[in-house]
Design a binder for this molecule. Structure first.
Ligand code: G3I
Length: 364
């Protein structure tokens, strides 16, 4: 993005001025996340829902801060493919159109996942017709958006080591219906349908220091190596980055090795769903904000050392809209504070941590 129009610059300054209580308040000098990213050749953005697009204050902030967006739910099977022969692109189109108006790129999320499958799918799908159902869905959806999507999450969350298979694959409906070949079918069909989109494998629990994350890193690498061996078209790895704050601090050694291995497979890397679950932290807001922001800064400084990382998206722009309050509510009933803007659209310490990390990252 070029220089912000004056009114948008004024908005940044106005919203930043409201945070004068923060210690790190050289706010008037602060640029948007989008501008900071541009300086480094990095796309920066967020997941967006259709409901958020109806709120004018939100859309002003979104246009100002993001050079890339992704629909939080609107391109998932259940919403975009409500009946076997009916597709509903209304909500997805609204975001793609917004992005076009504001010179933002769009990630597609997602073409094949074990969650949010429509009820009709469970009634209709059989081992005999599942490959055709998958191909039909991808041809219709990726075909509808062809040329307008920067990258597609073609397969989402196919690895779940705890399911106990030697290859680490999740016992998903797709696996039960088709076996492991469903992954190759999805990528090959997406590649035929929209050759311009960067085809991405996207997953979570790959980042932090723990035996579970390390086992998942190894299983994902083995999946990716197998795809390369079979000449399956894949250009990128999406690292969701739903982090959890707590007493254990990660040193990221296993994560760096993982990123280097992905780079050797010639994959671009996208941080696709960054946020921090603060449910294990004390309620005190200043202390909680500090620890959440510290984790953001530490994580981003580490991941951005890798020039293969081309985009960073948070899973939501404001704390008002986080999925965490529904899926991982705090025991004390207080709302989580996981995102760069608070419920009143004011920048939080996370915003400044993201600024710091992007400013000190190498250009790519
Ligand atoms: O569409 C129905 C709507 O008709 C109904 O009125 C409403 C009542 O609650 O539910 C709506 O569906 C909800 C949907 O979000 C849209 O709001 C689902 O119940 C709810 O389960 C769904 O949650 C989403 C979740 O994925 C499951 O799809 C979250 O918003 C979304 O943040 C979350 O995102 C996932 C990524 O796609 C993949 N990675 C993990 C990430 C966090 O779980």
């Amino acid at each position: 993005m070029g220089a912000l129009p004056l009114n948008r610059r004024a908005f940044v300054k106005q919203s930043l001025a409201c945070t004068a209580g923060f210690a790190w308040a050289q706010e008037a000098q602060t640029t948007s996340l989008r501008e900071a990213g541009k300086e480094k050749g990095l796309l920066v953005g967020t997941a967006v829902s259709n409901a958020q697009l109806q709120r004018p204050n939100f859309t002003t902030l979104l246009a100002e801060q993001s050079s890339i967006v992704v629909p939080e739910n609107e391109m998932k099977w259940q919403l975009i493919h409500p009946a076997p022969e009916r597709f509903d692109f209304t909500r997805g189109d609204a975001l793609v159109s917004f992005a076009g108006t504001h010179d933002e790129k769009v990630r597609g999320h997602n073409l094949c996942w074990h969650e949010q499958l429509p009820a009709w799918f469970n009634q209709l799908a059989t081992p005999q017709n599942a490959a055709d159902l998958l191909r039909h869905h991808i041809r219709e959806v990726a075909g509808h958006y062809a040329g307008r999507i920067q990258s597609w999450d073609v397969v989402n969350e196919a690895v779940h080591v705890a399911d106990g298979r030697p290859d680490g694959l999740r016992k998903s409906p797709w696996l039960r219906l088709l076996g492991p070949q469903y992954i190759d079918i999805a990528f090959r069909t997406a590649s035929e349908t929209d050759p311009r989109a960067l085809l991405t494998y996207n997953d979570y629990d790959l980042e932090q220091d723990s035996p579970e994350h390390e086992a998942k890193r190894q299983a994902v690498l083995s999946l990716l190596r197998g795809m390369r061996d079979r000449n399956v078209p894949i250009q990128a790895l999406g690292i969701q980055s739903h982090l959890k704050a707590g007493p254990k601090v990660s040193e990221w050694a296993g994560f760096h090795r993982f990123l280097e291995a992905a780079e050797r497979l010639n994959l671009q890397i996208f941080v696709t769903e960054l946020d921090v679950d603060d449910s294990a932290l004390p309620g005190d807001i200043a202390e909680r904000d500090r620890q959440v922001a510290d984790l953001y800064r530490d994580y981003l400084q580490n991941v951005l050392r890798h020039r293969s990382v081309k985009a960073v998206l948070t899973w939501g722009l404001t704390d008002r809209d986080t999925w965490l309050n529904h899926f991982k509510p705090r025991q004390d009933g207080m709302p989580q504070r996981p995102l760069p803007f608070d419920a009143d659209l004011k920048p939080t310490p996370v915003f400044y941590a993201m600024q710091d990390a992007i400013r000190t990252a190498p250009a790519r």
